[in-house]
Design a binder for this molecule. Structure first.
Ligand code: C2E
Ligand code: MG
Ligand code: MG
Length: 624
């Protein structure tokens, strides 16, 4: 076949086979293979050149062609480099007469080469390398062959350029894919990758008895390092921490950096919690050793939270638990660890949800107040009621005030909620007092220590006592406060208590005996009433010492001119004992459960012959 036709065959073959993802090396191999078939030469070779880098791709039609390619690269001399640098074809018809690259010429001649014709691989201004045609006989190449060779070189260059652009693109996208999954400072997996790896670990664990543990380490006071020595030193420290943690890893473990000074380790196949505690201790001691940083030695500790994954738990959830556990560890002090269990987490999640929902409980009318009668110990007639707040959550149903009052205090809602209770209790009491029998019945309202010391509290009490719907004789209102009110800002609390006394309301010291210094506070707390906590009443039947304690509280109070209410009276025997020791009043399930406001309305409508309000006598109770 004439050379022209062969050339067009090769060109159309290039066009057909070199589809978009044809690799660079294959293009070069194909070029040298086909070119020796159609041109009068003994070998062909290609070298791709990138400025400043070693040649990356080389192709040769046979061993000796490869040898000549390598020789030129090694020597940094030869027609290939000249054609690449000049962008022009280089023709060496007889190597014996060649003076431009003497070392290459003499070594190539020794290896049997006589003529070289080199064509730059170029496309526009881009140059990629050169195509070398080798012949073991001297003599020029001929015009037609030269044109065919240059055409092939140009076409190949166009394909190469395309392939190179594609390779670069995929390399950049691989690099950006990598950097989107890794932390730039430490090279560790970032949150995204860590969650992905954790998800795989959890999937693997489905069929295993052994569950993975997630250890969440957070440096203690890392901010101080950044603030004192600057971010560069902070970065040095983080890198050192990453290295130390990396040294602790077993092959199946995963280590990642979430953000800042937060590192997470996922350890597979944990048999039992002590094993993970041992890992946490290794982490603490590894991170606790001094760091030699550019600013000098720095000492650091880390708090470690541990969560052992539960079957079916998502990666996000278990990581969240480990994070919670880390906060628990931090609250214990520096360099500590804490293992969180699923139950503890559920409880904490529920508390968070409740705290959130509590914000709208008043406006959604989910709160109401129940009233528990307080009775005179001797004749059991009702002397007043304690207002007890109730919350019916739309999903969880009734929530105990012992649960939600502390949440209201934490969430800064106690002031508003407490004011609502106070005004509701006064409004109800006012309505009952329309009935003669109830005119002198008092109402007791619990006041949180936080609520008491909030600014404007006394003013709000005054406003409610004087309100048109809530107007109440101050002497009929009792505010119940626990002694813990004196624990923090006792000066302020005592001031407020003094102001309340000035208004004329009664003060009751609630849950007396549960604090650790009750008698001490009795002296300072301007109490009118003392409520003996139900734990003392509960123990009355256990023996004489409990009875002696209750009796002496009653007698001490009498000496101080303070009235006593026994809380949590549940049995006839308790009531009898309290009568014997002259305890003024009682409150408890033995007499009545707390009840809704409308039931109080029914009670007061049926006074006894003396006009006193009494509780209905029920089976088993002792009619006074
Ligand atoms: P507390 O002020 O000591 O109220 C007495 C608690 O004992 C009430 O619980 C009452 O239902 C319960 N109780 C009454 N008699 C008996 C009995 O015979 N046996 C037993 N085992 N328990 C009895 P509750 O209603 O669950 O309230 C718990 C606590 O929540 C209250 O203790 C009080 O500290 C707080 N609380 C309730 N309402 C409010 C409020 O409006 N504001 C504030 N700040 N705290 C409130
Ligand atoms: Mg109370
Ligand atoms: Mg109490």
């Amino acid at each position: 076949m004439p050379q022209k036709e062969q050339l067009s065959d090769v060109l159309s073959e290039f066009a057909r086979t070199m589809v978009t993802d044809f690799p660079i090396q294959r293009i070069l191999d194909r070029l040298v293979e086909r070119i020796v078939e159609i041109l009068p030469i003994t070998g062909a070779g290609v070298t791709l050149i990138t400025p400043g880098a070693d040649p990356r791709y080389v192709a040769a039609s046979d061993e000796s062609a490869l040898q000549f390619e390598k020789l030129q690269t090694e020597l940094g001399e030869g027609p290939c480099l000249l054609a690449y640098n000049s962008g022009e074809a280089v023709s060496v018809a007889d190597l014996c007469e060649e003076g431009r690259f003497p070392t290459f010429a003499s070594r190539a001649l020794d290896a049997g080469l006589r003529a070289v014709f080199t064509f730059p691989l170029r496309s526009g201004t881009d140059r990629l390398g050169a195509l070398d045609l080798y012949r073991d006989q001297p003599g020029p190449l001929g015009e037609e062959t030269t044109t065919a060779a240059q055409t092939l070189a140009d076409v190949a260059a166009a394909y190469l350029l395309n392939a190179q652009a594609r390779a670069e693109l995929s390399e950049t996208s691989a690099r950006s894919h990598y950097s989107s999954l890794h932390d730039a400072l430490t090279g560790l997996p970032n949150r995204v990758l860590l969650l992905e790896l954790l998800e795989f670990t959890l999937l693997r664990a489905i069929r295993s008895e052994r569950l993975p543990a997630i250890l969440f380490a957070d440096l203690d006071q890392f901010k101080a390092v950044n603030d004192t020595y600057g971010h560069r030193v902070g970065d040095e420290l983080l890198t050192a921490v990453a290295e130390r943690l990396g040294d602790l890893l077993r092959p199946s473990d995963v280590l990642g950096r979430l953000s800042g000074d937060e590192f997470v380790m996922v350890c597979e196949d944990i048999d039992h919690p002590p094993q993970v505690v041992a890992i946490a201790e290794r982490i603490s001691s590894a991170l606790g050793a001094p760091y030699n940083l550019s600013c000098g030695p720095v000492v650091m500790s880390a708090s470690v939270g541990i969560a052992i994954a539960d079957h079916g738990e998502s990666a996000e959830d278990v990581l969240h638990r480990a994070d919670m556990a880390m906060y628990q560890a931090k609250s214990k002090g520096r360099g500590r660890h804490h293992i969180i269990d699923v139950h503890e987490q559920k409880e904490s999640d529920r508390r968070t949800a409740l705290k959130f929902d509590l914000r709208t409980a008043v406006e959604n009318q989910e709160l109401h107040v129940d009233y528990q009668p307080i009775v005179n110990t001797t004749d059991r007639h009702i002397i007043g009621f304690e207002a007890l707040l109730r919350w019916t959550h739309p999903t969880y149903g009734p929530i105990s005030p012992s649960v939600f009052i502390p949440l209201a205090e934490e969430g800064g809602l106690i002031g508003a909620i407490g004011a609502w209770v106070l005004s509701q209790a006064c409004e109800d009491r006012r309505r009952w007092s329309d009935v003669d029998s109830a005119v002198s019945l008092g109402v007791s309202v619990n006041i949180s220590p936080f609520q008491l010391v909030e600014s404007g509290f006394v003013e709000s009490v005054i406003a409610i006592l004087g309100g048109s719907n809530t107007g109440t004789e101050p002497a009929l209102l009792t505010l119940e406060v626990t002694e813990s009110v004196l624990l923090h800002d006792s000066a302020r609390a005592l001031l407020v208590l003094g102001e309340l006394k000035q208004i004329g309301v009664n003060l009751s010291l609630d849950d007396f005996g549960t604090g650790y210094s009750s008698l001490n506070y009795l002296d300072r707390f301007p109490a009118d009433i003392l409520k003996i906590d139900q734990t003392f009443i509960e123990r009355l039947e256990q023996g004489q010492s409990s009875q002696a304690i209750v009796a002496s509280i009653v007698s001490l109070s009498r000496t101080l001119g303070i009235k006593v209410v026994a809380e949590g009276v549940e049995t006839l025997e308790q009531h009898e004992f309290l009568s014997e020791i002259d305890c003024d009043a009682c409150q408890g399930f033995y007499f009545s459960q707390p009840m809704p406001s409308h039931e109080i309305g029914i009670l007061i409508d049926r006074p006894d012959a003396n006009g006193a309000v009494r509780l209905p006598v029920y089976a088993g109770s002792d009619p006074a």
